[in-house]
Design a protein around this ligand. Structure first.
Ligand code: KIV
Ligand code: ZN
Length: 518
């Protein structure tokens, strides 16, 4: 039997994933995610788009400088400025990669770029050549390849390889392709491009029709050697191919694909939780592999079957994807070491300060709730990871009165540095609306609530409420996360965590403006 082919896993959570509205991460968060991707053992980390902003550049440069064990890639359009900036950002990596892209489909050529086919080939070749002057690991993506005429696609790919591209990535930019079509495109390139043996063929599928994983698998079956994907499938619009799904599909059905990856699958759930915590993008309960219900058997007949023989209803084991075997219960008397140990088993790496803060919250919770489950601890850690260190505004206290036949009223007190600010209001559309208005008044920010949800972190009537909120400010989305056994308090914490992200960004922008003016 032949050895299984090892598929290169190219993670773009920090680039395409971060393009999900409201999913932007600060430098600390990007470094935490990058470290988790290293622990997961992905082959390539696309760390960002360095020309996009000074923050993006800084993050890619830092990740390239400190992370070891994976290739670090920076994205660039086919322009000198972009490519030079990408190189500046990745050059300190152990194994740097520059990823250049240029749209090739007729729609993009005509309406976006207003360029002829010849001009596209010329620009692609110039871009790849410039990048290849810097390093020997160059990826080229003909953007919207899945809607590009086949003859032209072959021509562009051949020219890009000739100019020095070592990976050719085929993006289904708008998630339009069907699995057979994706497989046909890969076969076509493998059969028709004369120098294709000098490059690795890759795919990058978007999920607009829910086919990103299926399309990527079809491409692998047809001979693609690299898959681009993101944790939890986050990304532009409906997102990208989900890393955890493609990796587990290849592993579980190695009989079909004959492929492996280097990914440490036991890190899938912890990495998913970390990404969900830092981005505020919650994973749906029934999400394959990493959803809360992915391994929960509800029907009696299934439970009975699994107890008799696990494989009757389970095709993968929960431990293989990093779900702890049992839900350990902590309580009032559990110490910091027990908490640290369980956090580690749940897959979280916490710094000393993060652990101190989570322990403080844990102690408060243990006074209110007898048994603290993994879900409770995860919720506290997620709250901490979602930027708790940026707390410019903190909740000092609140009093809310509401009745079915009365006007709600709220008195809210916030801490802003050493200053205490209070606001009393009545009316509004219920207590949360009123509290939101009070936060606006106190912070002086004009906020629009785009989404608001509360769910329980565990089970039982004393379960903690986990509130998430999406706030639009100045045309941009910010997410907030708050946890408490009191759902009003959880909601207030969520609003403030989004406000603190806004405040941190405003601070960073004014510091950058001040530095630029010097
Ligand atoms: O979806 C896309 O086409 C991309 C490219 C930059 C690879 O993200
Ligand atoms: Zn994309």
């Amino acid at each position: 039997m032949n050895d299984p082919r090892s598929i290169i896993i190219f993670d773009t959570t920090l680039r395409d994933g971060e393009q999900s509205p409201g999913a932007s991460m600060n430098l600390r968060e990007k470094l935490e995610v990058a470290q988790a991707l290293i622990d997961l053992n992905v082959d390539v980390i696309e760390a960002g788009f360095p020309i996009a902003s000074p923050g993006d550049f800084e993050a890619v440069r830092e990740i390239a400088s400190v992370m070891r064990g994976a290739r670090i890639c920076g994205l660039a359009r086919c322009s000198e400025l972009d490519i030079d900036r990408a190189w500046e950002a990745v050059k300190h990596a152990e194994q740097p990669r520059i990823h250049v892209f240029l749209a090739t489909s007729a729609i993009h050529r005509e309406f976006k770029l207003r360029m002829t086919r010849e001009e596209i080939i010329d620009r692609a070749v110039q871009g790849v050549r410039r990048a290849a002057g810097y390093c020997d690991d160059i990826e080229f993506s003909p953007e919207d390849a899945a809607r590009t005429e086949h003859d032209f696609l072959c021509e562009v790919v051949e020219a890009a390889i000739e100019a020095g591209a070592t990976t050719i990535n085929i993006p289904d930019t708008v998630g339009y392709a069907m699995p057979q079509q994706m497989a046909d495109t890969i076969s076509l390139l493998l059969n028709r491009v004369p120098n294709i043996d000098r490059a690795v063929l890759s795919v990058h599928c978007h999920n607009d029709l829910g086919l990103a994983v299926a399309n990527s698998l079809a491409a692998v079956a047809a001979g693609a050697g690299q898959v681009e994907c993101t944790i939890n499938g986050i990304g532009e619009r409906a997102g990208n191919c989900a890393l955890e799904e493609i990796v587990m599909a290849l592993r579980t059905r190695s009989d079909v694909y004959g492929c492996t990856t280097r990914v440490n699958t036991k890190r899938l759930v912890p990495t998913s939780r970390l990404v969900s915590a830092v981005t505020g993008l919650q994973v749906q309960r029934n999400k394959a592999i990493v959803g809360r219900n992915a391994f929960a058997h509800e029907a009696g007949i299934h439970q009975d079957g699994v107890l008799k023989e696990r494989t009757t209803y389970e095709i993968m084991s929960p431990e293989d994807v990093g779900l702890p075997k049992n839900d350990l219960v902590l309580g009032k008397h559990s110490g910091r070491a027990a908490l640290a140990d369980r956090a580690r088993q749940l897959g979280f790496r916490l710094s000393g300060e993060q652990l101190r803060q989570v322990f403080e919250e844990f102690k408060k919770l243990a006074d209110k709730k007898k048994e603290i489950y993994d879900g409770d601890l995860t919720a506290l850690i997620e709250q901490q990871l979602h930027g708790a260190e940026q707390s410019e505004w903190q909740l000092a206290g609140y009093r809310i009165e509401t009745a079915s036949d009365g006007t709600p009223s709220v008195e809210l007190t916030l801490l802003h540095g050493d200053e205490t600010r209070s606001e009393k209001m009545e009316g509004g559309d219920g207590p949360i609306d009123l509290a939101f208005n009070a936060v606006e008044r106190l912070t002086g920010l004009d906020l629009k609530c785009r989404d608001y949800q509360v769910r329980s972190a565990t089970f039982g009537r004393d379960a903690q409420g986990e509130a998430t909120i999406e706030i639009e400010y100045d045309g941009k989305l910010y997410r907030g996360l708050g946890v408490s056994t009191d759902t009003v308090e959880a909601s207030l914490k969520a609003i403030l965590s989004a406000v603190n992200r806004i405040a941190a960004e405003r601070r960073a922008r004014s510091q950058a403006d001040a530095a630029a003016g010097q």
